[in-house]
Design a protein around this ligand. Structure first.
Ligand code: PLP
Length: 182
């Protein structure tokens, strides 16, 4: 079972108070707080193994490289991916989605359709909008009255056989959980 108190115990910042109340932090999509094990691992890295990854043949570089590749394996197992090659480290969401959009460029043509929702953060909106502008594809935005995607409009967009639908599972603006399976 999920032991919330144990998990909170791993995050020193959650032991602080704001306005005399214990801190509750929900802005993880913008900046994620670090558990102690991550801080300690980073400290260890900078103290004992900081060097160029995959670019050097000296001891520190080899240490750094194997730690980096072990992290890829850990992430692969954590998210149940099939291959380590599927794990690509980026600077964050904006960087990741720009990379994905750039990677799809050759598969998107004039007349294709890309669908997003009005709830999307800019990082999941602008890269697709730009891809459409540059390729001549049509950019469709599903309206979200009351913070919830209009599922009837969504169904209409799906009938256009979009090449891509980009939507967050949970909106950080409204807390809406999108019916992704549906
Ligand atoms: C909900 C949400 N999605 C995406 C992003 C963009 O994340 P990144 O800074 O990793 O590009 C943010 C950043 O504030 C965010 O709040």
């Amino acid at each position: 079972m999920l032991d919330i108190e144990k998990i909170r115990g791993d995050f020193p910042i959650l032991h602080t108070t704001v306005n005399d109340r214990p801190l509750v932090y929900l802005d993880n999509a913008a900046t994620t707080q670090l558990p102690v094990c991550v801080m300690e691992r980073l400290r260890h890295h900078y103290c004992f193994e900081n060097a160029n990854v995959h670019r050097g043949i000296h001891t520190l570089s080899e240490k750094s490289t194997s730690a980096f590749e072990e992290a890829r394996e850990t992430v692969k197992n954590f998210i149940n991916a099939e291959y380590t090659e599927e794990i690509i480290f980026t600077q964050g969401t904006t960087d990741s989605i720009n990379l994905a959009a750039e990677g799809m460029r050759r598969q998107i043509r004039e007349g294709d359709v890309i669908v997003v929702t009005q709830l999307e953060h800019h990082s999941n909106f602008l890269p697709w909008q730009r891809l459409c502008e540059e390729t001549g594809a049509a950019f469709h935005v599903v309206p979200c009255p009351d913070g919830i995607p209009d599922m009837q409009v969504f169904a209409e967009k799906m009938r256009l056989s979009p090449k891509l639908v980009a939507a967050a599972h949970v909106s950080n603006l409204t807390g809406t959980v999108l019916p992704v399976k549906k």
